[in-house]
Design a protein around this ligand. Structure first.
Ligand code: HEC
Length: 133
């Protein structure tokens, strides 16, 4: 057997397995998503300001993700999987780590309850504009 063939059947599969293992093991690989922010309603514009003031520390600008928290503009958070109630609960009680490897989310007591519908409006409008339904 030629050396090249030997290389092909030994080293090449090994490299593939290694690459898939490294990429596949990164549960947080979807952070820092590229998102498009559409023309927003008045409520969503207000929600954007609140979110970028408080939530962005972990969830990133316009909820696009950071190394401290997931993007909320993500199929995991589509309305049929995380309804609006989940957003209310997350702000009130925090969230235990379950979908990702960032750790837990602490409760957000500085958020005015009256602002929560606006935050939700922002998240849903941007999700829809990014084909997350
Ligand atoms: C200190 C970091 C941090 C801050 C600040 C933060 N979050 Fe989170 N949040 C997280 C992490 C981490 C998760 C993912 C937990 C998991 O599923 O593993 C999360 C998850 C969520 C979820 C999903 C809840 C669920 O049921 O799975 C929502 C909704 C959410 N955050 C909304 C917000 C909003 C709105 C704000 C601002 C008011 C905010 N977060 C501020 C870290 C943070």
């Amino acid at each position: 057997m030629s050396r090249l063939a030997l290389f092909g059947i030994t080293v090449v599969p090994f490299v593939f397995i290694l690459v898939f293992w490294v990429v596949g093991s990164d549960k947080n690989k979807d952070s820092f998503v590229d998102i498009k922010v559409p023309e927003l309603s008045d409520a969503a514009r207000h929600g954007r300001t609140v979110l970028n003031g408080t939530c962005a520390a972990c969830h990133g600008k316009d909820a696009s993700g950071t190394d401290k928290g997931p993007p909320l503009i993500h199929p995991v958070y589509r309305p049929s999987h995380h309804a609006d109630g989940a957003i209310h609960l997350a702000i009130a009680n925090g969230v235990r780590q379950h979908h990702w490897n960032y750790g837990a989310m602490p409760p957000q007591p500085d958020i005015d309850k009256a602002d929560i519908p606006a935050i939700i409006a922002f998240i849903r409008e941007v999700q829809r504009a990014n084909r997350i339904k």
